[in-house]
Design a protein. Structure first.
Length: 373
C-alpha cells in the first residue's frame, strides 16, 4: 500500500516572509508538499472583517490581498527543496487552458518534484465581479482538461473544436523537464466532476469533508470512470484538502466550533449539508456554498444573522475537529477506504495567536501519524 503523503497550504497572502516561514516549517516537519491558492478575492466579507471576528483582522488589513500563484510558486521553487509544489486550485476561466499547461510545464523546470496543477470549475467570487462568464463551468472545465492534456502530449500544430475553446493549428512545443512531468489534480464533488477526475486527472482533491462511506463511494465513481476511459483506475491519487480544528480537549475543540470563523465556514457549506439536518440554508434552498458566495454582496447585519443560525450539527460537519488524536482517528478511517494524500489547513489559527501556535504543534503530530498510516 502506498504511504500517505501530507501537504500544507501556504495560502498566497502577503507578506512574502509568511511564504518563506510556511516553507521552512513544512520542510522542518518533513512534509511532502506545499500548496498555494488562486484567488483575486478572499472568502471573508469586509463587512465582518474586524478583530471581533479574527485576531488576523487588524485595523487597515484586508482579506482580499493575494499573490499571483504561478509567480509565487516560481519563487517558492528555489526554497522548496524536495517539497512538491501545487496550486489548490485554479480554474480555466481567468486563464486559458493553454496558459495553464504552459505554467505547469514551466514550473517543472524549476522544481525537483512534479508540480501539481490543481484545477476545478471555479467560483462566482473570482469571476462574476470581474465581468467573466461563469455559466456552464463544468462544461468549460471538461474542455479545458482535454486541451491541457493535448498541450502536454502534442508536438507541432493541434486542433480543438469545442463550445468554449477552439484551436486551429495551435502550437505549444514547450516540453516539461524529463521525468518531472506536471500532474493534474481535480477538485471534484458532484457526479459529473468525479467522472472528469477519472477520465483526465492524476489526483482527486476535494475540499468538502466526507465520512468514509461517502469518500469510498466517490472514489469508486472516479475509478469506474478511469477504467471506462481506458486508464489505470488506481492511477488517480485519492486526496483531500482538509480544514481541521484541533484543541487539547474535546470540550475545547467543541467551543472552537462556536467561534465566528467556524460559524462563517459553516455558512459556506452547500444547502444539502444543512438539509441533512432538517435545516434550510440562510442563503437559500439552491445555495451551492462556496461556489456561489460573493463576499461583498453581504452586509454586516445579514452575515451576523446568518452566522447565528448555524446549527451545531452543521458546525460539526463543516470541518474535521477534535483533539489531535481524534482528528488522527478520522483520517485513519478515510485512509482505510483509500485516502492517500492530505493537505492540512488548521482553521483554528484564525482564532488567536495562542491557537495559531497550538495549530503548528497539532499539525506536526497529525502529519507524523499520517505518515505512519
Amino acid at each position: 500500500m502506498p504511504r500517505v503523503t501530507v501537504g500544507m497550504s501556504i495560502n498566497s497572502n502577503p507578506p512574502l516572509s509568511r511564504t518563506r516561514t510556511f516553507i521552512r516549517a513544512a520542510r522542518a516537519m518533513r512534509l511532502d508538499s506545499v500548496w498555494a491558492v488562486d484567488h483575486w478575492l478572499g472568502f471573508f466579507p469586509l463587512s465582518i472583517w474586524d478583530e471581533s471576528f479574527s485576531w488576523l483582522a487588524s485595523e487597515g488589513s484586508t482579506p482580499h490581498a493575494y499573490f499571483d500563484w504561478p509567480t509565487l510558486l516560481g519563487y517558492a521553487a528555489e526554497r522548496a527543496g524536495s517539497l512538491q509544489l501545487g496550486v489548490g486550485v485554479t480554474e480555466p476561466i481567468r486563464r486559458h487552458p493553454v496558459q495553464l499547461a504552459q505554467i505547469a510545464m514551466t514550473l517543472s523546470h524549476m522544481t525537483k518534484r512534479p508540480p501539481i496543477l490543481g484545477i476545478g470549475s471555479g467560483e462566482a467570487e473570482n469571476t462574476v465581479p470581474y465581468g467573466l462568464d461563469f455559466s456552464a463551468p463544468v462544461g468549460r472545465l471538461e474542455e479545458a482538461l482535454e486541451v491541457i492534456r493535448l498541450c502536454f502530449g502534442s508536438r507541432g500544430p493541434f486542433d480543438f473544436d469545442g463550445n468554449y475553446f477552439e484551436m486551429d493549428r495551435a502550437i505549444l512545443d514547450l516540453r516539461p523537464k524529463k521525468g518531472n512531468e506536471p500532474q493534474v489534480w481535480v477538485a471534484a464533488h458532484g457526479p459529473r466532476m468525479l467522472g472528469l477526475t477519472g477520465r483526465f486527472a492524476d489526483g482527486w482533491y476535494p475540499a468538502i469533508p466526507m465520512n468514509p462511506d461517502a469518500y469510498s463511494a466517490n472514489l469508486t465513481t472516479i475509478r469506474k470512470a478511469a477504467a471506462d476511459a481506458g486508464r489505470d483506475p488506481l492511477g488517480v491519487v485519492p486526496g483531500l484538502s482538509a480544514f481541521y480544528a484541533a484543541a487539547p480537549s474535546r470540550d475545547e475543540a467543541r467551543e472552537i466550533l462556536d467561534s465566528p470563523p467556524m460559524r462563517f465556514l459553516a455558512l459556506l457549506a452547500p444547502h444539502y449539508v444543512w438539509e441533512r439536518h432538517g435545516q434550510s440554508h440562510p442563503f437559500g434552498e439552491d445555495f451551492r456554498g462556496l461556489i456561489d458566495f460573493i463576499p461583498q454582496h453581504y452586509g454586516r447585519e445579514e452575515m451576523q444573522a446568518a452566522m447565528s443560525k448555524v446549527p451545531s450539527e452543521v458546525l460539526a460537519e463543516s470541518v474535521i475537529w477534535g483533539t489531535p488524536d481524534e482528528v488522527i482517528e478520522q483520517f485513519d478511517a478515510l485512509v482505510a477506504v483509500g485516502l492517500r494524500h492530505v493537505t492540512l489547513s488548521p482553521v483554528t489559527a484564525m482564532i488567536s495567536k495562542a491557537h495559531a501556535k497550538y495549530s503548528l504543534r497539532a499539525t506536526l503530530k497529525i502529519s507524523r501519524a499520517l505518515h505512519r498510516m
